[in-house]
Design a protein around this ligand. Sequence first.
Ligand code: CP
Length: 335
Amino acid sequence: MQAFNDLADFGNDELADLLTLAGRLERQPEPDALRGKVLSLLFLSPSLRTLASFQAAMTRLGGGSFVISPDMSIHGLESRPGIVMDGSAAEHIREAVPVIASYGDAIGIRAFAERKDLESDMAETEFAALTELIDTPYINMESAMNHPCQNLADWKTLDDLGIPANGGKFVLSWAYHPKALPLAVPASTLYMAARRGMDVTVLRPDGFGLPTPLMDKARDAAEAAGGSVRESEDRHEAMEGAHVIYAKSWSATDCYGDRLGDQALRKELVDWCVDDPWFDDAQEDCRFMHCLPVRRGVVVADRVLDGPRSVVIQEARNRMLAQMAVLHRMLGTPA
Ligand code: CP
């Protein structure tokens, strides 16, 4: 495997293999599988789970890893092409990224969306500018529109919980947050649930619809897998019969990059905080999912997050197991 960037790059057999391997590594550890291998981890955006779970995954497989991020005592990084570097930044990514990559057998890169221009973010301009600088295998640790490690972990969590693929109802719901957040998790989670063959409802207020190409990509995947994709603004109708609600806040797509416009829309929506009444018409054991970090009392009420519906810790642990499977296939000896 040369790249783990988007679940859409993989066939059904390849995804099934990764999920099976993640389960096997959970039951049967392989502490020597990646002996002597090194994973470089470049974090241009903050993290807790991704940072810790990749290091844990490499250690559990017998390899090693190192982390570079701008808040360490590295030289200030410049990313603009063609710039005269007479400001504070002392090093350009054009040298820094290949150097970091050269110390490892593969590299993980995290670079969140700039959230200025939707077209540019949809085209993954910034992430592509980074991966063009390297020739080692790479893993997308969250870019503008993708978070494949989260998606694989969430797929495993749904399987672990026995939530049906075909016939399972998955509600991807927008939730309130004081800031405009990237589209990577909702975009790629939508695709994951559709690709799994679920009946997916994107529940979101007016102004927050996911871009048409993302909806079309998910609809095509759902159709091929025996599922469906629809949108709703009606919480009660959307939650009817739901097996799982996956909450996430994201930017207002009607005014993407316009901070004041986004704030004007979202300030009316503070009641989009997932709470017990949301589940009135859902399946009795409807689960609550979130990729974390999550703001308590803002995105979700404590009683939901602390209650039996919540599977957020399982999701986070499955990050490590899913990534172990990806690393095994990327760096391990072929079977
Ligand atoms: N879910 C997730 O990617 O968490 P971090 O941002 O903490 O890595």
